[in-house]
Design a protein around this ligand. Sequence first.
Ligand SMILES: *Cc1c(COP(=O)(O)O)cnc(C)c1O
Ligand code: SF4
Length: 348
Amino acid sequence: MNSHAEWQSELAQAFRSSHELQSYLGWELPELSKYPLLVPQKLAAHLKQLGPTSPLAKQFLPNERELDDDGLVDPIGDQVHAQSKQLIHRYHNRALLIPTTVCPVNCRYCFRKNELTGSEVFAQDQSMTLNYLAAHPEIEEVIFTGGDPLVLSDEKLSHWLAKLATIDHIRFIRFHSRVPVILPSRLTDDFKSVLESFAERFKFLMVVHTNHVSEWTPEAVESVKKFTPRGLTWLSQSVLLKDINDDQQELCKLFRFLASLNVRPYYLHHPDQVRGGMHFWLSLKEGRKIWATLRDRLPGWMLPEYVIDIPQGHGKVQAFNPESLDFSGTLLSRKGLPVTLSDEATRL
Ligand SMILES: *Cc1c(COP(=O)(O)O)cnc(C)c1O
Ligand code: SF4
């Protein structure tokens, strides 16, 4: 195995300064100090091609409105359910594992944008995490998220998988990642072999995070088509984003395209009310209107579930209300109970 793979050099050489990116692109970027910038070079080349007002530029380049101070710092209330810094056990049979807070890119709409520092790895938390998982036989699935779990080396991922394989009740391993689109060279044959070496032990799910067809370069398309380890299922998750994909035609295009890659659309997230990302936000009524028209255009297997994370740790629930497009002021929690939100979280 290469000690330093191509994708690792690509990540190391990413643009991290707006001055350098600005002179490469040839157009001006706002000077922001609050949120860091991270754009890999191949993405920058793609951005340059598509231009400063493209859906791609809006997702990955800084915007003055990030300095507005409305929105919530921890919009989905992750801290309420954190078992350690690394593990979030909110749902009975599955838990989120955050092995790293590093990402391959900084998405400007990210719901963790006020929490991600980009450098923590929580190595000290690993034994706490494994003890917790071992002590909770109801947990069948571990969901690697972050940050982005696929920025970890093959060695680190194998190490995690080997440890998790010793806990009998864990049967499913899921990855949530933006890497297949942003850093497709990461989907190497070596990584495929790592997953295949656990194929008898785990069922794997790879959930690619993608919001717009224009994100997909020929390299990303080819890498995803080729990355078919035995026993792995491809799914997708997208975030509904104002002025990017809040449009029936764009979403249809995206989901059809994913289906053509053998990726089953899984979730469409209603945007969270995140501080610094409120310019991407739209109301639940607007979101419902768009989603309702998709049902007519796409077969059920191409239609993702439309979900919303209720603020303050109430979790993910269906965002579509078949009775009414209007938001009634209450959402039903996973337990079927009406949720009363605090004042700052009620703007839905
Ligand atoms: C979304 C989420 C999951 C995964 O939920 P699924 O319905 O299995 O996709 C697990 N834990 C947390 C905290 C989540 O937010
Ligand atoms: S890759 Fe995911 S966690 Fe990282 S910045 Fe983008 S949305 Fe946020």
